[in-house]
Design a protein around this ligand. Structure first.
Ligand code: 0A1
Ligand code: ZN
Length: 881
């Protein structure tokens, strides 16, 4: 490979940004496509911006010809070194032509032009973000060079009947020798990372769509013949997304066609290429027999996400890759708002915050911590992180909250209008939102530049004699690499005060004349600030950070009874759940400290036992309430990480909960839910399935054989994948022997169904304990397993390393050594995938001593190697620190 780390890797710094010396007005690309060899003829109309030679990026290309203004250059007239083609020219404009050859079938890294599937049946496609275009042709491959594209594809008609590229169709026809051609013109200037083509045997489903501003658009979803009947839900989701963006943001689609393509061979979730979105099949295909409810929601969300990028990312793009969150954080926020509108808003918020805590908080607390806008990188592919995406979305949410609904919309309108067709920065974004509202938002910039999760401590004091409540808020962000001293950030804290009966009190701050109804937002702007509320008749219980109004860790010493009150009465669905999470945390501490009858345990279990019988609570919310923080988040409550211990304590708590509710009540509710079972996708049916699953797991803790019988029956007659997979997992976790037969049945039933098999691999990769490693190793010998497919690698190795704490963190370190070995093998095929899996070593420093030493030995040995990719080397170097 061209980017092994034996060539020293340069560090790219935000501070070194310079505008491009040459820009591209128009690019004409002509492809002669073949699986073993493709040729690309590129004609660039270049315009000088600075007194420098033309420098074009290119990697792994065989340069066949180079012409400048019609004259062919010979060796010595240009320099080709370190992935850059340098040509000195005289004038202010020139036309530069290159012809290069590529080898798609040899491209196992899935970056640039590659083959999806087998040589005889598969199809060709491209992936260019972030820097894949340089694997296709010589080009200034940076997002601030925006050009208009004309693309002509030529290929054998029988082998490649479908030819697609981004933009509007501009002719097609036959050629001699059984070949054909198709041309596409994109009128919207775009950066190279948004270029895409697809060629092969694909089927399609289509729908007509008319935009709010009257454009008729042909929507096409393309997939291989065996899965084309699983694309309908994605089409519905696309239409809902298009309508929603018109209504919520006034954004219309802007080409005559919109193509979406599914592939099983993809490094990430999906890609927003202009007019030609390409999806990992996992996020596009859905059918009741092979998809779970969660997967349906993911399809809806990812289809929306990629579509929304058409404005937040494509029409307005990023000046450089440091600004990645400008498009990603914003688009995740838009996608979250859409999903909240399509489904239950509080449940969506719970899901998003749970993800942030599970994935982003640990990232931000370890050696891979970085700001939402990093200041340097050596491999940009490693910055498609939970911090850039999820924390970035939280920053947009805070700012949107600051401006209010209408103010945010006005700000977004100005942002899109002002920067349409441009490559923008985070500063541009804050400025546009501020200008539209006559406010200065620059204080929020500090959130983008500072790594680490801020700790917000809250201390309330009720002054009974003065009928006042004084809330003291303090913030502190822990030091991180390169940032020893952190500054104070604006932290919006949405809050309510409850009386002892769970009623929200009117809120009037000292010095104000009128009181607000039950909720308001105060903004902490300094390290420490007090807020005094007047006319507070009795000692209140504060519901703080409602809706998770800022991405911080809240430290507030609640008594168990206070949290139990919020858990019962808080009208904010998110805070209600979060009060339960905090109470569960306190209960965990008591269990850990040998007090299984402690006040928090009792308060938590009895409050939930009460809610269990409250018919006004939605089934899905109840399922969430009955779920304490996971084994990964509970690490924070241990000085040193011992996964076996954490798991044992958590199970002990859950058993206490199951007993408090009562086994008969659990079984009766389970039976009633099973009576009402359907395979419908409506919210009520989904909620029932979610609660049913939760109950089955609780039953298993107190009556294992009873649960096995119930799960066995549920597996056999499950009307949907959600029920089937839940039953399978309960069986395998509760009783290994009882799990064997259904696992074998599932394997056979879904033979050939890649996405269903991924779930089969992942379910087994999660089975806890020391036996897990041997099981995973045995699964590597399954004929369906391959290191070449990213989804398969993630399903088995990724799930094991990231979602199976007791299995991966065996005390003898055997799983670390095994994964180290596999990383080297994966890296030789696909560096991006290897780097992602390697992030599982992120938390090694917090492990207890034996495990820590074993993990460190593996990380240090890998980090010292010189033959690994830049992607993997970058992760290892940072993790090893
Ligand atoms: N922009 C895409 C994510 C994406 C990023 C990189 C890729 O290849 C390295 C592919 C996709 C999104 O946010 O959906
Ligand atoms: Zn995105």
């Amino acid at each position: 490979m061209s980017d092994r780390s034996d060539t020293p890797t340069a560090v790219i710094r935000l501070a070194d940004y310079r505008p491009p010396a040459w820009t591209v007005e128009h690019v004409d690309l002509a492809f002669d496509l073949g699986i073993d060899r493709s040729e690309v003829l590129a004609t660039l109309d270049l315009v000088r911006q600075a007194d420098e030679p033309i420098r074009l990026n290119g990697e792994g290309l065989e340069l066949l010809e180079l012409h400048v203004d019609g004259r062919r250059l010979v060796e010595g007239e240009y320099i080709l070194a370190n992935g850059v083609l340098e040509v000195g020219v005289e004038g202010d404009r020139c036309t530069l032509v290159t012809r290069v050859a590529l080898r798609p079938a040899e491209n196992t890294a899935f970056e640039g032009l590659y083959l999806s599937g087998s040589r005889d049946k598969g199809f060709l496609l491209t992936q260019c973000e972030a820097e894949g275009f340089r694997h296709i042709t010589y080009y200034p491959d940076r997002p601030d060079v925006l050009a208009k594209y004309t693309v002509t594809l030529r290929a054998d008609k029988a082998r490649f009947p479908v030819l697609l590229a981004g933009g509007n169709p501009d002719g097609a026809g036959d050629l001699p020798d059984g070949r054909h051609w198709a041309r596409f013109v994109d009128p919207h200037p775009k950066p190279s990372y948004l270029f895409a083509l697809v060629a092969g045997r694909l089927e399609r489903i289509s729908q007509d769509y008319t935009t709010a501003d009257g454009r008729k658009v042909d929507l096409h979803i393309w997939a291989e013949a065996d899965v084309i009947d699983r694309c309908d839900y994605a089409m519905d989701s696309l239409v809902r997304s298009m309508r929603w963006d018109e209504q919520a943001y006034g954004r219309n689609y802007d080409l005559d066609v919109f193509h979406v393509v599914a592939t099983h061979d993809f490094n990430m979730g999906a890609m927003e290429n202009k007019g030609l979105n390409i999806f990992n099949a996992k996020y596009l295909l859905a059918d009741p027999d092979s998809s779970t409810d969660d997967e349906y929601r993911h399809v809806e969300a990812v289809v929306a996400h990629e579509y929304f990028h058409n404005w937040s990312g494509n029409r307005v793009t990023c000046r450089d890759w440091f600004q990645l969150s400008l498009k990603e954080g914003l688009t995740v926020f838009r996608e979250q708002s859409f999903s909240a509108d399509m489904n239950s808003a509080p449940l969506k918020r719970i899901e998003d915050v749970a993800l942030l805590r599970r994935a982003q908080f640990p990232e931000d607390a370890g050696p891979l911590s970085h700001p939402v806008r990093p200041s340097q990188y050596s491999e940009i592919n490693n910055f498609y992180t939970a911090t850039v995406y999820e924390k970035g979305a939280e920053l947009v949410r805070m700012i949107a909250g600051h401006l209010g609904h209408d103010g945010f919309r006005k700000g977004m309108d100005l942002y899109f209008e002002r920067h349409d067709g441009e490559a923008a920065t985070i500063e541009d974004y804050l400025k546009a939102l501020g200008d539209a509202n006559g406010v200065d938002l620059s204080a929020y910039l500090a959130w983008y530049g500072q790594a680490g999760t801020p700790r917000l401590s809250a201390e309330g004091r009720y002054e009974a004699d003065k009928h006042r409540y004084r809330l003291l808020l303090r913030q502190r962000t822990p030091a991180s690499a390169g940032q020893p001293n952190k500054q104070a950030l604006p932290v919006p804290v949405r809050l309510s005060l409850f009386d002892a009966n769970g009623r929200a009190m009117p809120l009037r701050l000292e010095g104000e004349s009128a009181a607000d109804a039950g909720e308001r937002t105060v903004v902490l702007t300094q390290a420490e600030q007090a807020f005094v509320f007047e006319d507070i008749a009795s000692a209140p219980v504060a519901s703080l950070l409602r809706g998770f109004s800022a991405p911080v860790v809240l430290e507030c010493e609640y008594a168990p009874a206070e949290l139990a009150l919020l858990l019962r009465h808080d009208a904010d669905g998110f805070n209600r759940w979060d009060a339960g999470q905090q109470l569960a945390g306190l209960a965990y501490d008591e269990y850990r400290d040998g007090k299984p009858e402690g006040a928090a345990v009792v308060a938590w279990a009895s409050a939930l036992a009460g809610l269990f019988h409250d018919a006004s609570i939605d089934d899905a919310l109840l399922a969430e309430l009955l779920t304490p923080p996971g084994e990964i988040e509970l690490v924070e409550r241990q000085a040193e990480r011992d996964p076996e211990r954490i798991r044992a304590i958590r199970r002990g708590m859950l058993r206490a909960l199951a007993k408090a509710i009562g086994i008969d009540a659990l079984k009766a509710r389970y039976a009633a839910l099973r009576e009402a079972a359907s395979d419908g996708l409506d919210a009520a049916s989904q909620s029932r399935r979610q609660l049913k699953r939760r109950l089955l797991d609780l039953i298993a803790l107190v009556d294992a054989s009873g649960a096995v019988a119930l799960a066995g029956a549920q597996y056999s007659d499950a009307p949907s994948m959600t029920d089937r997979l839940a039953a399978l997992t309960t069986l395998a976790v509760t009783d290994a022997a009882a799990g064997e037969q259904p696992l074998a049945h599932f394997r056979q039933r879904y033979d050939g169904n890649a996405l269903a098999l991924d779930k089969w691999f992942a379910a087994q990769a999660q089975l806890p304990g020391d036996a897990a490693l041997a099981r995973v190793q045995a699964l590597e010998d399954d004929p369906a397993f391959t290191l070449k497919n990213p989804n398969r690698v993630q399903a088995l190795l990724g799930t094991f390393a990231r979602a199976n704490p007791t299995g991966f963190h065996r005390a003898d370190g055997a799983a670390y050594r095994w994964l180290g070995d596999r990383l080297v093998a994966i890296d030789a095929l696909n560096p991006q995938v290897a780097a992602r899996v390697a992030t599982a070593f992120n938390g090694w420093k917090r492990l207890e001593a034996t495990r820590r030493e074993a993990a460190h030995a593996v990380v240090a040995e890998l980090a010292a190697r010189k033959d690994l990719s830049r992607d993997l080397t970058d992760i290892l170097a940072r993790v090893a620190l």
